[in-house]
Write a protein that binds this ligand. Structure first.
Ligand code: GDP
Ligand code: CA
Length: 326
């Protein structure tokens, strides 16, 4: 069973932890000769160079979460880390004072930057970095190219790096649009198109539809690969009860003219039967009223609890998503 998941950072990481738990239960190693292979295609639009380091927030959120090394309380970085290096950088007036990196996390960025500067592409650097942990999921950056999301904030075209708009200004500056700098010449990273073409089921994590999933879909070749894939494509709504669960994705949806509702996001992805992406879409029980609109558009709709409170609820969600593939 080959499962390919399109993923952003925190929402994607929680979902992947559930998919892995589900797979370990359904396919205990070697039993009956069948196994589950999970591949995550991960957003890299939030990546950036800062103080000489290449930072890949979504790849790292997933790696730390799957390794059990993430800081659950704070919501980012490594558990039990200090911030002494960031303090030193601030004293030198280097970097972004509003963007603190923990010391253990900086170790990851040093390793990644070392590989990249030696000419090793991000996909291979990610394989080497994740090899340290037995995470049970193959992580593929969507592209090896540096394609970064910028947020256009005024008519003259002034833009901010996504990270500044999101972390410094907490998405409070109205976004006119999102642009992927350098996307024209980008290609999917090695293994990405194969992971889509060879999958038995493709899952879209309940990640930000604009700056996580939208960024993945913007890399030339990805959308066409998904519409051509033989596998069903099942998405999980990141919207519950007409609101975002964690974070500020509503500010992103507003910028692209999509309402913050489970059905609007489903229609935005579109039905596979009419040239869009989705075979099926999971909505929360609180959004049951949206099911009719979604089904009418040709997308199989499954109403089920979508809150990922812990590993059991996340793995039940993964089971529901795979079952929805039919
Ligand atoms: P980021 O890269 O860290 O912003 O994370 P993602 O893009 O992967 O996920 C962010 C999205 O996850 C937000 O839009 C949330 O609405 C959604 N989300 C977070 N927790 C949950 C949850 O428990 N259930 C569902 N269905 N969505 C969630
Ligand atoms: Ca992200």
């Amino acid at each position: 069973m080959r499962i390919t998941v399109l993923s952003g950072g925190v929402g994607g990481a929680r979902f992947l932890r559930g998919v892995r738990a589900w797979a370990r239960r359904e396919y205990p190693d070697g039993a009956g000769g069948s196994t589950a292979e999970i591949t995550a295609i991960v957003n890299t639009g939030d990546d950036m160079w800062l103080t000489g380091l290449r930072i890949s927030p979504d790849l790292d959120s997933i790696m730390y979460t799957l390794a059990g090394a993430n800081d659950e309380e704070r919501g980012w970085g490594r558990v039990g880390e200090t911030e002494r290096v960031s303090g030193e950088l601030r004293a030198y007036d280097v970097g972004w004072p509003w963007f603190t990196l923990g010391d253990l996390d900086i170790g990851t960025h040093l390793a990644r930057s070392h590989f990249l500067r030696s000419g090793i592409p991000l996909s291979e650097a990610t394989a080497r970095i994740t090899a340290r942990w037995d995470i049970g999921v193959r992580l593929l950056p969507v592209t090896d190219s540096e394609v970064e999301t910028h947020v256009v904030v005024d008519e003259s075209g002034t833009s901010q790096h996504f990270q500044e708009w999101w972390t410094r200004y907490r998405a409070s500056v109205p976004a006119l649009r999102f642009v992927q700098e350098g996307v024209e010449s980008a290609e999917p990273a090695p293994g990405v198109l194969e992971a889509i073409a060879d999958a038995d089921v493709i899952l879209i994590a309940p990640s930000n539809p604009v700056v996580s999933i939208g960024t993945i879909l913007g890399i030339p070749g990805i959308r066409a690969a998904l519409t051509a894939a033989k596998a069903p494509v099942v998405g999980v709504s990141p919207i519950i009860n007409g609101a975002v669960v964690r974070g500020m994705a509503d500010a992103c949806l507003q910028a692209i003219g999509v309402a913050t509702s489970a059905d609007a996001v489903a229609l935005h992805y579109g039905a596979k039967s009419s040239g869009g992406l989705l075979t099926a879409w999971l909505v929360d029980t609180s959004d049951a009223a949206t099911a009719e609109t979604i089904s009418a558009a040709g997308i199989r709709t499954v109403v089920t609890p979508l809150w990922m409170r812990d590993v059991p609820t996340s793995s039940q969600l993964a089971a529901d998503a795979v079952a929805a593939a039919g």
